[in-house]
Write a protein that binds this ligand. Structure first.
Ligand code: PLP
Length: 233
């Protein structure tokens, strides 16, 4: 199986899940998670039609950035930061990522905002929510997520585009689905709040290789997939 074959199967899987949920398949974007994949492999995916990739580690993001720079500049590829971000890495991320999906601390948000405002630019960002409450996972607690999102949405230099989560590590489909439904409820609450900077907070980045059908059933607008594209890591 080539990356292109895997992508074709994956897109069919996504489309089928959308149709089964009564949704328009064009409302579900594929983000290809490229952690541990080298730059030529990432370019192979882009050449097969991928237009959105996600990196977990700043070091990998920076290492692959030169290979992607032309396409990012041309607007044919976007790169999202989907892993935990530390305050001292903010500059490196700003140089390469088009969106940070993993904002879960006011400190990091403020650092991003300050630098963006100083540079006269706006950074797209999402709030990561820990819907499962698993201690190993990053993200704001669901109860605190709407208030946190409203706080960061009001910061200059940041544009809140939505919410991201990693589903519960469980075989219990009802439990996993409930977590995704919780993210949707947070999104709906923030959109309905009318608070400054919240009008664009539409995205729900949720669902990976093992649980994307459940996420799409609960309204995912972006699914983040690695294993189904590149094989096991
Ligand atoms: C690795 C990763 C994915 C993709 O996971 P797969 O199970 O390989 O599809 C999605 N989101 C995040 C944050 C990841 O780290």
């Amino acid at each position: 199986m080539t990356v292109a074959d895997n992508l074709a199967r994956l897109r069919a899987r996504i489309d089928a899940a959308a149709v089964a949920a009564g949704r328009d398949p064009s409302g579900v974007r594929l983000l290809v998670a490229t952690k541990t994949q080298d730059a030529p492999t990432v370019l192979e995916a882009l050449d097969a039609g991928v237009d959105l990739i996600g990196e977990n580690r700043v070091q990998e993001l920076v290492a692959k950035a030169p290979a992607l720079a032309d396409r990012v500049a041309a607007g044919t590829a976007a790169v999202h930061m989907i892993g935990h971000l530390q305050r001292n890495k903010v500059n490196q991320v700003l140089a390469t990522a088009t969106c940070v999906e993993s904002v879960d601390s006011a400190d990091v948000a403020a650092a991003l905002a300050t630098r963006c405002a100083a540079a006269g630019r706006t950074l797209d960002m999402m709030v990561q929510v820990n819907v499962s409450g698993e201690e190993t996972k990053a993200g704001v607690a669901p109860d605190a997520a709407a208030a946190f999102a409203c706080t960061v949405a009001a910061m200059p230099g940041l544009r809140l585009t939505g919410f991201m989560t990693i589903g519960a590590h469980s075989d219990d489909e009802a439990l996993v689905r409930a977590g995704f439904a919780r993210l949707r409820a947070v999104r709906d609450e923030v959109l309905a709040s009318g608070r400054p900077g919240t009008a664009d907070a539409r995205e729900l980045s949720m669902g990976m290789t093992g649980d994307l059908e459940l996420a799409i059933a609960e309204g995912a607008t972006i699914v983040r997939v690695g294993t189904a594209v590149f094989g096991p890591r």
